[in-house]
Design a protein. Structure first.
Length: 239
């Protein structure tokens, strides 16, 4: 366990790292009490690289906030930024005792600022979401959706929820749900499959960048998307 630059010492000594360097029994767990924690941990990672120390590294972040959004921002900022730079091998999230007790009390009272599930499940889901968002570990379906605008030709939130409810067990499949044919194909360029509004009550389905089914009725479009997934060998039955 290493508190990276958290003690306020102006000159930090790294000699203890050499004692642990590349010992196969040692996993380095990095966190920081420094006000700029992400920068402190990044600086330690650079030191490990400079010394050719290749021990596995787990990033540890404890949150002292209250609402789910506050926790998510804290976790994602301190760990996600480092994963995006190719650093780290694992993630361990937690809460301070006050934050944990507050979250439990909120959940018990019905004001689920954290989630409808337990605090532990919220933290666990957040870990996997950060790993997925940073492409560090793909463990669930990826959804790409436009923010919607005046050109959106269907209820984006309702449709996304419907598609998610039927496909969220497809590990690693990327599905784009786009409101219109104007910007949709460009914004969904890296998706495996696309569901794009092409007219009033009409949907066009894509496999990658290829149009597969054009201007089908929106009432059957979700079922047609599932048929396309099956035809493309991307479908498995939900466990």
């Amino acid at each position: 366990m290493i508190d990276c630059f958290g003690d306020g010492t102006p000159v930090n000594v790294f000699t203890y790292l050499d004692e642990l360097a590349n010992d196969p029994r040692v996993v380095l767990c990095l966190s920081s009490m420094n006000r700029s924690a992400v920068h402190a941990v990044r600086r330690m990672m650079i030191e490990l690289m400079n010394r050719s120390i290749k021990n596995p590294v787990v990033f540890i972040t404890d949150s002292n906030w209250i609402t789910a959004d506050e926790h998510l921002i804290h976790y994602a900022t301190e760990t996600g930024a480092l994963f995006l730079e190719g650093m780290g091998d694992g993630i361990c999230l937690g809460m301070t005792s006050n934050a944990y007790n507050n979250a439990n009390n909120i959940a018990v009272s019905g004001r689920n600022y954290v989630s409808n599930a337990s605090v532990e499940q919220f933290i666990n889901n957040t870990c996997f979401s950060i790993l997925q968002a940073t492409r560090t570990r793909i463990s669930k379906t990826e959804y790409i959706s436009c923010p919607s605008c005046g050109r959106t030709l269907f209820d984006l939130q309702e449709t996304t929820a419907k598609i998610r409810s039927k496909t969220n067990h497809l590990k690693g499949v990327k599905i784009a749900i786009m409101g219109c044919i104007v910007n949709g194909p460009g914004e969904m360029a890296d998706a495996d499959f696309g569901y794009v509004g092409s007219g009033i009550g009409k949907i066009t389905l894509y496999r990658g960048k290829e149009v597969v089914k054009r201007n089908i009725e929106s009432s059957i479009a979700v079922d047609e998307l599932i048929n396309l997934l099956k035809e493309s060998d991307a479908w498995v039955e939900a466990g």
